[in-house]
Design a protein around this ligand. Structure first.
Ligand code: ATP
Length: 238
């Protein structure tokens, strides 16, 4: 019944000097699923995503489509179909929405037509069409988050590593961002979602991992974690 995982992580470790941010975690992500990675501040969620994208050095085995990619740099991993939308919606504020999008696809020109990809993004994100010629720095927080996600998708990834997309957004904008994540997943995109807003993440995820002090404290079906009163009390503030 289980398809081969798209991503298979075994014994992943991330250290910053003496700080062991991620301590030997193992998990896999099935094609087409949303896997939520939740846990308190400092649990190691961002470090995990950063290690998977190739931006932060790590040890352990990372297999993508069955091939060990642990030795590959960030650019190669991106070329294979792994994209990261970092925490804090790092758009280029002085560039327009159009320019931000084109930069997102620039490294992948040979693989697909950036103009076609940009049109696809504008139909997925109508607000970006309205703001197309505006500087990204003038967009609202929610619009910048949409742009940051759309920019990551310009490389036509199969796996999106999405770090704290709801951070700092007003509740109704958070709703829109979560609706968008579900919509993107509906197009076949596999998503590894890091969220502080654990309850919301579990509502849309298929499976979840709870990280505590750099280790996996719990894992399972998102609906089971959401339904358990003990887990709610221990890990979910809501
Ligand atoms: P948050 O939600 O606060 O971002 P997180 O679960 O994403 O938390 P990480 O950001 O991965 O956690 O941090 C894990 C641990 O590693 C923390 O103790 C943090 O202080 C430490 N850490 C993160 N980045 C660095 C760094 N560049 N140098 C040193 N320590 C770091």
């Amino acid at each position: 019944m289980t398809a081969s995982p798209l991503l298979d992580v075994a014994g992943l470790n991330v250290r910053y000097g003496y700080v062991e941010a991620v301590r030997g975690i193992s998990f896999s992500v099935a094609p087409g699923e949303i896997l939520a990675l939740i846990g308190a501040n400092g649990a190691g969620k961002t470090s995990t995503l950063s290690a998977l994208s190739g931006l932060t050095p790590a040890t352990g085995r990372i297999a993508y489509r069955g091939t060990d990619i642990s030795g590959l740099g960030a650019e190669k991993r991106s070329g294979l179909g792994i994209a990261l939308t970092p925490e804090g919606r790092r758009v280029f504020p002085s560039l327009t929405v159009a320019e931000n999008l084109l930069l997102g696809g620039a490294a992948h020109k040979g693989k697909h037509d950036p103009a076609a990809k940009r049109e696809e993004m504008l139909s997925l994100f109508p607000i970006l069409k309205e703001r197309y010629h505006q500087r990204a720095g003038l967009l609202s927080g929610g619009e910048q988050q949409m742009l940051a996600i759309a920019r990551s998708l310009m490389s036509a990834p199969d796996l999106l590593l999405l770090d704290e997309p709801s951070l700092g957004l007003a509740p109704q904008i958070v709703d829109q961002v979560f609706e968008l994540i579900v919509k993107l997943n509906g197009t076949g995109l596999t998503i590894l979602l890091v969220e502080q807003n654990a309850s919301r993440a579990l509502e849309i995820a298929h499976h979840a991992l709870v990280l505590a002090n750099g280790a996996v404290a719990l894992s399972g079906k998102a609906s089971d974690l959401l339904a358990s009163p003990d887990i709610r009390a221990a890990y979910l503030s809501a």
